[in-house]
Design a protein around this ligand. Structure first.
Ligand code: GLN
Length: 472
């Protein structure tokens, strides 16, 4: 069942929240042994929350737009009293002392958190193989990766263990696993969703966003979590957009741009799906326009200087003193080193070294400074193109889900998974991936829709059309 259907049923008394939760917990028990999407589940508390929701409905109250809907959270989102590990040994067993704003808003809307999902350590990766607690498998083919870094959240929805989940997207970590698993994934405009209570990776890029099996469910979920929050200084001073009410407005007259940079290098069948998607939008009244964005080709290089630079600063707080793991040693400096050596995995260490190097005296201008200028150039390039188009259409990923283990020895190959998703994060713009049939090896593939800041309404309208036309 979709989140829309569950919430409607619970609110009008035809479905018990308790039953919706039981269905979810049974699916997890039956499936998660093979998939490993979850790092923790809260069966008893979820049952108690659901029972309380049913009591409220019985006494005539409305528990809210997500009444009784089971949801899973990526394990970098703080949930009061719960472990928030970021799939890292350094935070193993660390309990958050407060709720993230998104968690507060979910619970106020009647959603029921059933557990925390697996991820690449500190959200660094594209396959969920960088988890300290073992990889997640792709539910469509368990020899394949689910993508990453929000692989657990994508897999949990793809295997119907929960109808909706939350992930975070710094360079593609929602859209890329959504594409690999055959679900919808949305990276909202920077500042639209509060990051208060999201463990920081690269603060100028991180955004929280939804996963779901239908476009309508992501629209509903994003409406609930979006909107100003004074506890996040980067939060936009604007209300949540009205996505659900515009979902069926269609694409008549919408100008959709196609650029080679968001398709080149994609596998033949993925490139073919983009053409079919473009035709589907045109058949529904959109105007297709060829554009060029050669600047996007520098996005990946700029990202792998900026994101590690920010991460090296954000991760300095894991010093063995304030949070999580402490490995004792003779003095404080030795304790810091021992803790970080033991607590961080290889990819996290690689990023910290890359980032520290890019920020160091003598190299700062050549690396970090230059990457900042490339970022500005990419923002200006998007601004130029969005003068003549409303949205852009392209691939989400160059390939379908690859085999577990295929890219672990080659970080550069792994980084290339995000070549089409990263530019959006650099610009702070929204983008989403919507399932659009299958490509190589009969595996699911998503197409990506991109737009300027706060274009979520148009993105969802186009996504809704593509969902209806996905069978073409
Ligand atoms: N795969 C990219 C990286 O490893 C993006 C990660 C993300 O969006 N969190 O940095």
């Amino acid at each position: 069942m979709t989140a829309v259907d569950i919430a409607a049923g619970v609110r009008n008394g035809t479905l018990r929240a308790a039953d919706a939760i039981e269905t979810s917990l049974r699916a997890i028990a039956a499936t998660d042994g093979d998939v490993h999407a979850f790092l923790a589940t809260y069966d008893d508390d979820a049952r108690a929350t659901a029972a309380a929701i049913d009591d409220r409905v019985a006494s005539g109250e409305d528990p809210g737009p997500l009444a009784g809907v089971p949801i899973a959270l990526k394990d970098n989102l703080c949930h009061n009293g719960r472990v928030t590990s970021c799939a890292s040994r350094i935070l193993e067993g660390w309990r958050s002392p407060y709720d993230a704003t998104v968690v507060e808003r979910l619970e106020a809307a009647g959603a029921v958190v059933v557990g925390k999902t697996n991820m690449d350590e500190f959200a660094m990766g594209s396959s969920t193989e960088n988890s300290a607690f073992g990889p997640t498998a792709n539910p469509r083919n368990t020899d394949r990766v689910p993508g990453g870094s929000s692989g657990g959240s994508a897999a949990a929805v793809a295997s119907s263990m929960v109808p909706i989940s939350l992930g975070s997207d710094t360079g593609g970590s929602i859209r890329q696993p959504a594409s690999f698993c055959g679900v919808v994934g949305v990276k909202p405009t920077y500042g639209l969703v509060s990051r208060y209570g999201l463990v920081a990776f690269a603060s100028s890029l991180d955004q929280i966003g939804p996963f779901s099996s239908t476009v309508a469910d992501s629209a509903l979920l994003l409406e609930v979590i979006a909107g100003h929050d004074r506890r996040d200084s980067t939060s936009l001073d604007s209300p949540a957009p009205s996505l659900v009410s515009h979902l069926h407005d269609g694409v008549e007259g919408l100008r959709v741009g196609l650029c080679p940079e968001l398709i080149e290098g994609a596998s033949p069948k993925i490139a073919e799906r983009i053409t079919v998607a473009a035709d589907a939008l045109a058949a529904n009244g959109a105007e297709l326009i060829e554009v060029a964005l050669p600047e996007l080709r520098y996005g990946l290089s700029a990202y792998y200087l900026l994101a590690p630079a920010e991460a090296s600063s954000n991760l300095a707080r894991y010093d063995g003193v304030r949070y999580g793991l402490r490995v004792d040693a003779d003095d404080v400096a030795a304790m810091n080193v021992a803790t970080r050596t033991q607590g961080f995995g290889d990819e996290v260490k690689r990023r910290i070294m890359l980032g520290t190097y890019a920020l160091s005296a003598g190299y700062y201008d050549a690396y970090y400074g230059k990457a900042q200028r490339v970022r500005t150039m990419i923002i200006q390039a998007f601004d130029r193109v969005y003068q003549s188009v409303d949205l852009l259409l392209g691939a989400t990923t160059p390939t379908v889900a690859f085999e577990l283990g295929a890219k672990v020895a080659d970080p550069m190959e792994m980084y290339l998974s995000d070549v089409y998703t990263i530019p959006t994060n650099l610009a702070g713009h929204p983008a989403l991936s919507v399932p659009f049939g299958t490509a190589e090896d009969d595996l699911p593939v998503g197409v990506q829709l991109l737009g300027p800041a706060l274009s979520e309404v148009q993105l969802f309208r186009a996504a809704q059309v593509l969902e209806q036309e996905a069978g073409r």
